[in-house]
Write a protein that binds this ligand. Structure first.
Ligand SMILES: [Mg+2]
Length: 109
């Protein structure tokens, strides 16, 4: 197992799904997964708004990443491929300052 390998990371998430038979027990149902991801995003937010240590923030970010990777398994898409396609796209986007904060987007005005 190579901890730097995306393939091995995905295999670990697949093993987690297999361990609990998520495929046949509702664990790969997309509406449920979206609710879980929203829950983790709330936990990430609380780490920031409650000033928790960075280790807590890192753990909640890992929770969300694992859920995202599992959603790629559940919905059967290649997250690694889409990551690189999207990175290429956003690297071409314009940045603007909006109310003192940078925003990178496809501005349509
Ligand atoms: Mg969490």
């Amino acid at each position: 197992m190579d901890p730097d390998s995306w393939k091995d990371m995905m295999a670990a998430v697949q093993a987690f799904h297999d361990k609990h038979d998520f495929k046949n027990t509702g664990g790969e149902e997309l509406r449920y997964r979206i609710a879980l991801m929203a829950e983790e995003l709330g936990e990430i937010s609380a780490c920031v708004t409650k000033g928790k240590p960075v280790e807590a923030l890192a753990e909640e970010c890992a929770d969300l990443l694992i859920l995202l990777m599992g959603t790629a398994i559940a919905a059967d898409f290649d997250l690694r491929e889409h990551f690189w396609t999207k990175m290429e796209k956003i690297m071409q986007r314009e940045a603007r300052m909006v109310d003192g904060t940078i925003r990178v987007s496809e501005f349509r005005d």
